[in-house]
Design a protein around this ligand. Structure first.
Ligand SMILES: [Zn+2]
Length: 171
C-alpha cells in the first residue's frame, strides 16, 4: 500500500538545512533531528528569529556514531556521490541511517546515497529523484575506469579524468 506523505512525516525525520528553514509546519508528534554542523549552518545562513525558535523548540541535535559514519562513507564512495558531498551531508545521512529515520533534503547526492542505503527520504519542494545513479571516473584518453577519487590525471596515459554515470536504475 502506498504510504501517504502525512503518514511518513509522523515518524522520525532528519532535517537538512533548507528543511529546517522552510519546513516549520511538521506535524506535532514528529520527532525532528539534525546534527551540530547543520544547526551551525542554519544559524550562519538564516539569521532569523523563526529559524532560531525552530532550532530551540523543535530540534533534537545529535552526532552520529563513528560506525554509522563509516558505513555511510563507504556507500557514498562506492556509488561515487562522495565527490559531491560535504562532511555535513555525510553526517545527516549517518544520523538518519542510525535512527532509521526519513531524511528531508533537496540535495540529489544525499537522496541518491539514502536510496543506496535503503533509507526513506523526502523533498519539500522539488520532486524527489526517480532513479538511482552510480558514478564512475573515466579517462578521456584511454577509457580506463579504475581510478581513485583523489587522482588528478590518468596514471596509465596522463589523460583527463571525468565523472560519468555508470548505471542508472529506477527507484
Ligand atoms: Zn588514460
Amino acid at each position: 500500500m502506498h504510504e501517504s506523505q502525512n503518514e511518513a512525516m509522523r515518524k522520525k525525520l532528519v532535517l537538512d538545512t533548507s528543511a529546517i528553514y522552510n519546513g516549520t509546519d511538521y506535524p506535532a508528534g514528529t520527532v525532528l533531528y539534525a546534527t551540530p554542523q547543520i544547526v551551525s549552518e542554519v544559524r550562519k545562513v538564516y539569521r532569523t528569529e523563526r529559524a532560531e525558535f525552530f532550532v530551540e523548540s523543535r530540534l533534537t541535535v545529535l552526532m552520529p556514531s563513528p560506525g554509522s559514519m563509516r558505513t555511510v562513507r563507504m556507500k557514498a564512495e562506492e556509488n561515487g556521490d562522495i565527490a559531491r558531498m560535504s562532511e555535513a551531508d555525510l553526517e545527516i545521512l549517518s544520523l538518519a541511517y542510525e535512527l532509521h529515520a526519513t531524511i528531508v533534503t533537496e540535495d540529489y547526492s544525499i537522496q541518491n546515497t539514502a536510496s543506496a542505503l535503503g533509507l526513506d527520504y523526502r523533498s519539500l519542494y522539488i520532486p524527489r529523484i526517480s532513479s538511482y545513479v552510480q558514478w564512475e571516473i573515466v579517462c578521456r584518453g584511454c577509457g580506463s575506469t579504475s581510478h581513485a577519487r583523489d587522482e588528478k590525471e590518468c596514471r596509465i596515459c596522463g589523460g583527463r579524468l571525468v565523472t560519468k554515470r555508470k548505471k542508472t536504475r529506477p527507484i
